[in-house]
Design a binder for this molecule. Structure first.
Ligand SMILES: CC(C)(COP(=O)(O)OP(=O)(O)OC[C@H]1O[C@@H](n2cnc3c(N)ncnc32)[C@H](O)[C@@H]1OP(=O)(O)O)[C@@H](O)C(=O)NCCC(=O)NCCS
Length: 191
């Protein structure tokens, strides 16, 4: 059994440099600022936002998925200036299988500083310790070296899914990564 009621609560996860929390409508300008970047959206499921209307729609979908407990999206807020610089999420949550997919995006200005490493560390802890998922997985476009590099330090690569999805009119192949709860417990102190 997994504990998805936590999605309804006021989640605040702290890392060294970040706060991870649910977005509100006040965050729309900051979210638009990174979501409009073509380099950020190149390998994500979402298309680069063209206007605040796209970001408004994104926030509505996030809210809806929180309500039906099929996803949990948290934004990354920099502690030093409260700026929102990206997001991280559990997507396609399967209550029956006690599993979810991890997704993430960060404003290009902040790449290569280890910020997403910090965020993923805490998200895994939250997923296994609080929600109690059995399995967390991530799909990374085989051309997305940054993402694959990041994932391989937390998860095991299970293989390549050839041309699995048609994303933005192109068939794309994905590296699939996973970690099980028992594997996480073996490697981490669980207290
Ligand atoms: C993939 C993505 C999230 C990576 O973000 P990131 O914050 O740069 O990732 P990391 O946390 O792995 O950063 C590691 C880099 O920071 C450096 N670094 C600096 N300080 C560090 C620290 N304290 N800890 C870890 N790494 C640190 C590492 O050396 C590494 O450098 P490199 O990029 O030159 O190899 C980002 O590139 C992105 O948003 N891409 C577009 C969206 C996307 O592709 N999403 C995934 C879809 S599946």
């Amino acid at each position: 059994m997994i504990y998805l009621d936590i999605i309804d609560t006021n989640i605040k996860i702290e890392t060294k440099r970040l706060i991870l929390r649910k977005p509100t409508s006040d965050d729309i300008d900051d979210i638009f600022e990174y979501a409009k970047e073509e380099d950020v959206a190149k390998f994500t499921r979402f298309k680069a936002h063209k206007s605040l209307q796209d970001t408004k729609m994104f926030l509505q979908i996030v809210k809806q998925k929180h309500q039906n407990k099929t996803a949990l999206t948290l934004i990354l807020e920099l502690k030093e200036n409260k700026k929102i610089i990206g997001s991280i999420s559990f997507q396609n949550i399967s209550q029956d299988d006690e599993r979810a997919e991890i997704g993430f995006a960060l404003s290009k200005e902040y790449w290569s500083q280890g910020l997403m490493t910090e965020a993923i560390q805490k998200l895994l802890e939250f997923g296994f310790k609080k929600i109690k998922f059995n399995r967390l997985e991530a799909f990374s476009n085989i051309e997305n070296f940054r993402s694959s590099n990041l994932l391989k330090s937390f998860m095991q690569k299970e293989g390549v899914l050839k041309e699995r999805d048609k994303v933005k009119d192109r068939f794309c192949s994905f590296n699939i990564y996973s970690i099980l709860r028992k594997e996480y417990i073996l490697n981490k102190s669980f207290r």
